[in-house]
Ligand binder design. Structure first.
Ligand code: HEC
Length: 136
């Protein structure tokens, strides 16, 4: 009985959870490239449509500051911000560099409506993907 319950819980979470990287590739990569160095960004500034995802992630990670040194809370707040931002991108909430905002403008509304699970997955992916990667 226990086994059946556990496997149905696993099945349910597999059905309702999304793959963050897949969501990124379908909905974000056309504007946010996954990886790029600072010097390459400078070189390609004119053709880029948005800051690379590494840069976005690094910047949010640095700007979201909490008093406790607790990675879980930090990740939680990061995810909350990203989910909210992609739902409603707007100048007031953007933590983007002013030079980048001037060049790219504010992020447009997403073409595809994402489910909560997809938003959650892509936001978590953004945090975890660049855990030990520095934008430099
Ligand atoms: C059509 C282009 C485009 C697409 C598609 C796009 N973005 Fe953006 N995004 C931008 C631009 C341009 C900015 C920089 C200006 C700004 O902060 O709004 C940005 C900024 C952001 C920011 C805010 C950064 C900050 O410092 O405040 C987040 C978070 C973000 N994007 C996440 C995503 C995610 C996740 C996806 C996919 C689900 C996505 N974006 C898809 C163009 C895009």
């Amino acid at each position: 009985m226990k086994k059946i319950i556990i496997s149905s819980v696993l099945l349910a979470s597999a059905l309702f959870s999304a793959d963050g990287y897949e969501v990124f590739q379908k909905n974000c990569v056309e504007c946010h490239v996954e990886m790029m160095s600072k010097s390459e960004v400078v070189r390609q500034f004119k053709t880029l449509k948005a800051p690379p995802m590494l840069e976005v992630s690094d910047r949010l990670r640095e700007n979201i500051i909490i008093k406790d040194d607790d990675d879980d809370i930090h990740r939680y707040l990061f995810v909350l911000f990203v989910k909210d931002y992609i739902q409603n991108p707007n100048l007031q909430n953007s933590m983007c560099h002013s030079a980048a905002l001037e060049r790219f403008g504010t992020m447009p509304k997403l073409k595809n409506k994402l489910s909560d699970a997809e938003k959650q997955a892509v936001a978590e992916w953004m945090y975890d993907r660049y855990e030990n990667v520095e934008f430099k």
